[in-house]
Write a protein that binds this ligand. Structure first.
Ligand SMILES: Cc1ncc(C[n+]2csc(CCOP(=O)(O)OP(=O)(O)O)c2C)c(N)n1
Ligand SMILES: [Mg+2]
Length: 576
């Protein structure tokens, strides 16, 4: 039902009218966008109210960055653009980090911001929250549009949706000046101006010759390796991906957010033998994974001396040869590519050499066995492994829960220890290793999937979005937050030798983050041992009540920058 109002033009004549507010709402609904993440204020407060009145779910956050991260991960989880709604200048800028993050991570998202009077902004006459938002957004996202006429709202949103989800997905900025909302037009003409986007992300079928070339290279491999990235998880082609990997018989590695595409406990999983497979593989097939820093750019020590051939499957042609030569590029959407590869394998594909898989499995089993006793330690205060050991079991028992993860040690160790069993259940810091996604991701994951959420957060990481615990309590979302509280960034033991100020990486000792949750009516628990942690998390996951568990971790347990300390630049001057 379209939004209309009736207005008497002249005695005896009645004209049905609509306006910018209602056209935005109608355009969103027509395209199946039913959830908005944002923060209200001039000029979009009434828009939010009207959206709510019209049946759109509007989740109101405490800071736009968190609403933006929520929208970005909603896009990843649903393949529809997640929408973040903000006010002008400062609200827009607060949302912009998340928009850039969405673009970097290839998540479809639309940031819709209200903006000030164009005439005043362009003459730089000092309007309320004056800023040329469109110009600022442009270099940070995939596309940016501004709508000046109510009659163009339909087409503007259609362009934004297409740009966000087609090809390689990304962030799109949509600028809606304040004046637009009040613009009135004939309701019938307004209805006609709306655009329902048909086939927003058209299939991109790979060339048969590219598929054949890739299969020929794979067939010739003695030590093949398949690497699955979050692009593969995004594709929602789970059955074909699994069938392809299994038919190939090759060991596979799953990048952080691809974990669970196949269970981490799968016989071909090389997750616990990462360094061996990267060094020794002779053919590497990347599926929706980029050769960026997370894979050491495909070269150097990590990749060893053995000559390698790379096959890459990606929707973005420019991704090919970005870091090393790709001998078999396959360009297309992951679903179409994998199904073509699977079909091309035919009925008589011979699986990867058994001795290679046996070598990899042996290494993996050794590493898993080495880790096992550490995970069972019941020390108090806890170390990372003791705490993660119990969480690992809880995730195994609750494979549908969404696992959110950020921090340094808290991230790197949890990624290694906690096996995932189903696709798109692990969401984390992504390509940038950004802190601050925690609460936004948790909220969107709960809202979009209806599943319970377990967020495991470093104490520093949590601080970036911590105020959203109020949002979680307000909407009564089934989110259990576990804070690995080691009194600081990486470790809580750093000392500043120069003054009485604390070291830059340490926080107030013995903080009780659980009290923050209690302040808003949620459940807060202080857990000092793995047993206590286990009881508290299970209770939270069973109850579905917003819960925050302050897990006390030995401040000396972590290491600088977790697993990526090697990226810290070193001073050439000797330490005194
Ligand atoms: C937006 C942003 N700011 C700063 C950083 C740098 N940084 C990386 S990890 C981290 C916090 C690590 O501490 P914590 O979350 O407590 O994890 P721990 O290693 O202590 O378990 C910070 C600040 C970042 N990655 N992103
Ligand atoms: Mg910490």
């Amino acid at each position: 039902m379209l939004n209309t109002a009736t207005k008497s033009e002249a005695p005896g004549t009645e004209q049905e009218l609509t306006d910018g507010f209602h056209l935005v709402i109608d355009a969103l609904k027509l395209n199946g966008i039913n959830t908005i993440y944002g923060v209200p204020g001039i000029p979009i407060t009434d828009l939010g109210r009207m959206m709510q009145a019209e049946g759109i779910r509007v989740l109101s956050f405490r800071h736009e960055q968190n609403a933006g991260y929520a929208a970005s991960i909603a896009g990843y989880l649903t393949k529809k653009p997640g929408v973040c709604l903000t006010v002008s200048a400062p609200g827009f800028l607060n949302g912009l980090t998340a928009l850039a993050h969405a673009t970097t991570n290839c998540f479809p998202m639309i940031l819709i911001s209200g903006s000030s009077e164009r005439e005043i902004v362009d003459l730089q006459q000092g309007d309320y929250e004056e800023m040329d938002q469109l110009a600022i957004a442009k270099p940070l996202c995939k596309a940016a549009f501004r709508v000046l006429h109510a009659a163009d709202i339909g087409i503007g949103l259609a362009r934004a949706i297409r740009a966000a989800v087609s090809g390689r997905p990304g962030g799109v900025y949509l600028d809606l000046p304040a004046k637009l909302f009040g613009q009135v037009m004939d309701a019938a003409a307004g209805a006609k101006s709306l655009v329902k986007v048909i086939d927003a992300a058209p299939a991109q079928i790979p060339a048969p010759s590219a598929v054949k070339r890739a299969l020929d290279v794979l067939k010739g491999a003695k030590r093949p390796l398949i690497i699955l990235g979050k692009g593969a998880a995004y594709a929602q082609a789970d059955d074909d991906i699994r069938a392809f990997v299994e038919k190939s018989g090759a060991p596979f590695l799953q990048m952080s957010m691809a974990k669970g595409l196949l269970p981490d406990t799968h016989a071909q999983s090389a997750g616990a033998a990462r360094s061996t497979v990267l060094k020794d593989a002779d053919v590497v097939m990347l599926i929706g994974a980029r050769l960026n820093w997370l894979l050491s750019h495909g070269k150097g020590k990590t990749w060893g001396d053995a000559p390698k051939k790379f096959i890459q499957i990606d929707i973005e042609p420019k991704e090919m040869d970005s870091n090393v030569e790709i001998v078999a590029p396959v360009v297309g959407d992951i679903g179409s590519c994998v199904s073509a590869l699977l079909a091309g394998m035919g009925g008589s594909w011979s699986t990867a050499p058994a001795d290679w898989l046996a070598t990899v499995s042996k290494k993996r089993d050794e590493n898993v066995a080495k880790m096992a006793p550490k995970l069972m330690n019941n020390a108090s205060p806890m170390d990372y492994h003791g705490a993660l050991g119990v969480l690992r079991t809880i995730v195994k028992e609750r494979p549908d829960a969404i696992f959110v993860n950020e921090g340094a040690n808290t991230l790197d160790l949890a990624r290694g220890v906690i096996d995932m069993y189903k696709p798109r259940k692990r969401i984390d810091v992504g390509t940038w290793g950004v802190m601050g996604i925690g609460m936004g991701y948790s909220i969107a994951a709960a809202v979009e999937t209806g599943n319970p959420v377990l967020a495991v957060e470093g104490d520093s990481a949590f601080g970036f979005s911590g105020m959203e615990v109020e949002t979680i309590c307000r909407y009564q979302l089934p989110i259990c937050i576990v804070i690995f509280n080691n009194d600081g960034i990486y470790r809580g033991t750093d000392v500043n030798g120069a003054s009485s100020d604390p070291a830059t990486t340490v926080f107030v000792k013995g903080s009780r983050y659980d009290k923050m949750m209690e302040a808003f009516g949620g459940v807060g628990i202080n857990a000092t041992s793995p047993d206590e942690l286990k009881r508290a998390v299970n209770a939270a996951m069973d109850s579905g009540k917003p819960t925050l568990i302050n897990a006390v971790i030995d401040p000396a347990a972590g290491s600088e920058s977790g697993r990526i300390g090697n990226l810290n630049p070193q001073s050439v001057l000797k330490k005194k």
